[in-house]
Design a protein around this ligand. Structure first.
Ligand SMILES: [Zn+2]
Length: 81
């Protein structure tokens, strides 16, 4: 699925109700999450720091769908080699 890169809301911050955000936890380590640009980032002090995308205001809290900063750059189609 290819999305156009010029969608008008592409640069908006994630729209998550702060009260809802408080209820969320990182599925990898259970720490709280904070809005980071248009994603949610794990705030745990265990070095997790995973990033979760937000689709249609719904956080995708799946480990297999998350971005682990320790794994290097996010998979945006760039080949690290
Ligand atoms: Zn975490």
């Amino acid at each position: 699925m290819n999305l156009p890169t010029d969608i008008p809301f592409a640069n908006k911050r994630a729209m998550i109700d702060p009260e809802f955000l408080k209820l969320l936890a990182c599925p990898a380590c259970g720490a709280s999450l904070a809005i980071q640009g248009d994603m949610l980032q794990c705030q745990g002090d265990s070095g997790c720091s995973r990033l979760y995308r937000v689709e249609d205001e719904i956080p995708v809290l799946l480990i297999e769908e998350s971005i682990d900063p320790a794994d290097g750059p996010a998979d945006l189609g760039q080949d690290p080699s």
